[in-house]
Ligand binder design. Structure first.
Ligand code: UD1
Length: 338
């Protein structure tokens, strides 16, 4: 069965392609290579022994999207990762983010709406909850005003899909709200490849560990948490990737309860920044050079998932511990820098 994965050469996309191929799906990848590399295909082949079909397409080019679907009429499902994801950049260039993340979503949905049946998985984020009032966060927690255009594109994306599903019965969709993805495939054949200085915690830590960065700045230590640093729910990217395949199969096999559903994907466990640093030191055997600095504007205090819905309804649970995820991130970093 043919599945289109947009952004399939990116961090979460490439790990999902591996899990799809491991389960026998035929994968077509669309990626514009704006934040990825064609070399990722070699890693996917090394793990699965199968080469996915790849087309370099910028989804902002509507006619190319139309042509793709004309050529591949037998695509049964789409997992849509392709999007811009840098929070700070989105504040500087809001229109770029609305065009990249919203325009492209609309073009894809227009094509799927032409089909007799289509299954769509959307890459959403826990960022839609902002600073939730209650921990752990359930799916029915209110969606808060977005802090950035990036966050807004995830909220608007969910609304666009929900509205479309209401009037296109042939379209079934699931939005997956990720907490903090980290790690790499245990083979170290694929992993995270941030361009420039990483904004996210884990790649900054591993790059500091290999000597590419001088020091980690820990943003604030007087938050109301156990050690004063922010709490997040760090989830191994392979666990996350597996959840996408389960969600897709739910739609393909008509097991969904509604034609638009939302699930949190996290471990259910919160970890502070300093606990993440300790995990790095434990699995790498290295001391990490870090210092406490001012808070980062826009950071929330804590966010971790209530995973009951995904556990019960999808039958999915994150398996990896923080240390296991960190070990995979470290092995990958060491491999690509050696
Ligand atoms: C960030 C985005 C979020 C996005 C997610 C994607 C913001 C405010 N939020 O989430 O919208 O969906 O990335 O992965 O940018 N930290 C440090 N030093 C660093 C980097 C991070 O102390 O150099 C801390 C942060 O303060 C935070 C934690 O580490 O407490 C995690 O940060 P990060 O990896 O950027 O993720 P989020 O802020 O949760």
């Amino acid at each position: 069965m043919k599945i289109l994965v947009t952004g399939g050469l990116g961090f979460i996309g490439s790990h999902t392609v591996v899990e799809l191929q491991n389960q026998g799906f035929e994968v077509l990848i669309i990626d514009d290579l704006s934040n990825s590399s064609e070399k990722v295909i070699d890693g996917i082949v090394a793990i699965t022994g199968k080469k996915p079909l790849f087309e370099k397409i910028d989804l902002k080019e509507k006619s190319k999207v139309e042509n793709f679907f004309k050529k591949h009429t037998d695509v049964k499902g789409v997992i849509h990762f392709a999007a811009s994801k840098a929070v700070g950049e989105s504040v500087e260039k809001p229109l770029l983010y609305y065009e990249n993340n919203i325009g492209t979503l609309v073009y894809l949905l227009k094509e799927l709406a032409k089909k007799n049946k289509a299954s769509f998985i959307f890459s959403s984020s826990c960022t839609v909850y902002g600073q939730a009032d209650k921990m752990p966060i359930t799916e029915d927690a209110p969606v808060k005003t977005a802090e950035s255009p990036y966050g807004n594109t995830k909220q608007m994306g969910e609304e666009i899909i929900a509205d479309t599903c209401k009037v296109v019965p042939a379209l079934n969709a699931i939005a997956l709200r990720y907490f903090n993805p980290m790690g790499a495939h245990p083979s170290a054949e694929i992993g995270e490849l941030p361009i420039g200085v990483p904004q996210n915690l884990v790649p900054f830590i591993t790059q500091t560990g290999v000597g590419m960065r001088e020091q980690l700045s820990v943003f604030g230590d007087d938050y109301p948490t156990i050690d004063g640093t922010c709490v997040r729910d760090y989830i191994h990217v392979v666990d996350l990737a597996k959840a996408h395949v389960i969600a897709l199969k739910r739609l393909l096999e008509d097991k969904n309860d509604a034609n638009y559903e939302v699930f949190n994907l996290g471990t259910g466990k919160g970890s502070t920044v300093l606990e993440v640093v300790k995990s790095f030191e434990k699995v790498s055997g290295k001391k990490l050079n870090y210092k406490i600095v001012d808070k980062r504007a826009g950071d929330i205090i804590e966010a971790y998932a209530n995973t009951e819905k995904a556990n019960k309804v999808l039958g999915w649970k994150a398996e990896s511990t923080l240390d296991e995820a960190m070990k995979s991130a470290w092995d990958w970093e060491v491999k690509i820098r050696s």
